[in-house]
Design a protein around this ligand. Structure first.
Ligand code: F6P
Length: 328
């Protein structure tokens, strides 16, 4: 308890982005910095997430540091994944560094790994942390959407619309692999939005026999092209394409959209979401509510314990999954 009881006023906060970046993270950083200044707090930017924290890559931020970034993808603070921080020893070292730099509280922007690290740091050392959900996977609890997810879906849709043109013209089956190691969020969203014939997600079982049977039946009725979306964690597009060709005797191709989904100009929705969440995180710090994650549920700011925010299944997964198959 020592750390929190010793803080009379939060004078300086730290901010970092960690794990996979997502479009809109910069808008969140901007909101945090500007809201902190409005509340007489200084802000230190920690470069390269927890990895940079452990190397003391800490730079003071000013009003101008966050000019002209609201519309930029990626993160000006850079990001990384850190093995060292994942240990309790790593977290102890991080807290020592934060104290050494007189950083009274830390805002972390990231996904489930980032949240797990921050939550454990809070649990072990009572270090004041607040989480802002930033991941294209939209798999965090306590918020309807996470920063970056809207843009990632739009980016994937843009690409799939182009694939549709060639799939239809050349009468082929296309397997399109999207991001989402444990999360089928992007897959079901883009499958529905692109009018794909099928979708394969890590959260639900997948039946090759049934899929190939449906393809062959469709082909008999004169159907000439298919688009099947697969989340990366559910199977590899090249293997699925090969198996489908073997089982149906129809020509197939695969596309892995990969990291293109993580980049680009954040959509209006992601910028607004990020700005509201960044401001809400500073508000929590002002109120000295720590170990929390901010979110937006039904368009209202929502706050839950960080430890409860680390994962969730997309709430419309079953509905979207069924709808994709119904509309085939
Ligand atoms: O967590 C976001 C994410 O883009 C996942 O969808 C994907 O599985 C992972 O990051 C990829 O991570 P990396 O960029 O480290 O390969």
């Amino acid at each position: 308890m020592g750390l929190l009881s010793g803080i009379s006023k939060i004078k300086k906060i730290g901010i970092l982005t960690s794990g996979g970046d997502g479009p809109g993270m910069n808008a969140a950083v901007r909101a945090v910095v500007r809201c902190a200044f409005k509340n007489d707090m200084e802000v230190d930017g920690i470069m390269r997430g927890y990895a940079g924290l452990l190397k003391e890559e800490i730079v003071p931020l000013n009003h101008r540091s966050v000019s002209n970034i609201i519309n930029r993808g990626g993160t000006i603070l850079k990001t990384a994944r850190s093995k060292e921080f994942s240990t309790d020893e790593g977290k102890a070292k991080a807290v020592e560094i934060l104290k050494k730099h007189k950083i009274d509280a830390l805002i972390v922007i990231g996904g489930d790994g980032t949240y797990r690290g921050a939550s454990r740091m809070y649990e072990l050392f009572n270090y004041p942390v607040v989480g802002v959900p930033g991941t294209i996977d939209n798999d965090l609890n306590g918020t309807d959407e996470t920063i970056g997810c809207y843009t990632a879906v739009n980016t994937a849709l843009d690409a799939i619309d182009k694939i549709r043109d060639t799939a239809h013209s050349m009468e082929r089956i296309f397997i399109i692999e999207v991001m989402g190691n444990k999360s089928g969020y992007i897959a079901v969203e883009v499958a529905l939005g692109a009018g794909a014939e099928d979708v394969i997600v890590p959260e639900r079982p997948f039946d090759y026999e049934k899929m190939c049977h449906d393809i062959k039946e469709g082909n008999k009725r004169g159907k000439i092209s298919w688009m099947i979306v697969v989340a990366e964690g559910a199977g590899k597009a090249h293997e699925i394409a090969k198996t489908i060709t073997t089982m149906t005797n129809l020509e197939s191709r695969f596309v892995v959209l990969g990291h293109v989904q993580r980049g680009g100009t954040p959509s209006g929705q992601d910028r607004i979401l990020a700005t509201r969440l960044g401001a809400a995180a500073v508000q929590l710090i002002k109120e000295k509510k720590f170990g929390k994650a901010v979110g937006i549920v039904q368009d209202e700011i929502n706050v839950i314990d960080l430890k409860d925010a680390t994962s969730k299944e997309f709430k419309h997964l079953d509905e979207f999954y069924r709808l994709v198959k119904t509309l085939t």
